[in-house]
Design a protein around this ligand. Sequence first.
Ligand SMILES: C[S@@+](CC[C@H](N)C(=O)[O-])C[C@H]1O[C@@H](n2cnc3c(N)ncnc32)[C@H](O)[C@@H]1O
Length: 221
Amino acid sequence: MEDDEDPPMLSSHTLAALHEFLSEQNRSLAAEAGDEPEDEVVLVSEDWRLSQFWYHRETAETVANEVLKLCSGSVARIACIACPTLYAYLKKISPNVAAQLLEYDHRFNQYGKEFTYYDYNQPEQVPQELKHAFDIVVADPPYLSKECLEKVAQTISFLASPERCSLLLLTGEVQRDRAAELLGLRPCVFRPQHSSKLGNEFRLFTNYDPGSRLGGWEPEK
Ligand SMILES: C[S@@+](CC[C@H](N)C(=O)[O-])C[C@H]1O[C@@H](n2cnc3c(N)ncnc32)[C@H](O)[C@@H]1O
């Protein structure tokens, strides 16, 4: 028997569809009203079933500028693993930059040859020509589990140039020890922000000392 006093509940599927619908509607209304800032990067709407939480604009610009700073003076190849916003901002700021997006969501095949389908459950099912081909790898794994980070770390090692590769990992504070063990990463003072409020504390980890950029490496405890 149903209890009439229970609050009405929507399934996660219905909630995700509703969120997608409202985001699309807000975007068209803004575009109709001419409110869309000219230099705003327009992404597909977040699909929460795929753990999609896009970066806040300032975060996307800060990380993109950091990556471009690492490229300066050389022709670097950049792999963006599961971070489509970063890819989009990199291309907006520097259209000729050599960036490859590895993503599970097929909507991003709009980026043509710079999109590679990627499922972290098959960490090395990535085209052979991408093996050890990147000077900079940035990853934002979809989940905060040990298994997910271990598999993404496997992909990072597959993609990274063995000579020298700068790694940036955006993920929860809860992954701090694993990020250090698996990839030798340390957290920066800079805190990534998302357009939707998230309950988890997010961090940016790097395998190189950013100096005074990104607020520097957090002092060791
Ligand atoms: C936490 S979001 C990171 C997005 C990032 N904050 C941004 O704004 O670009 C995780 C990403 O993982 C992708 N993803 C979901 N399931 C995946 C899977 N099985 N394998 C690889 N990536 C997946 C999502 O599509 C999403 O882009």
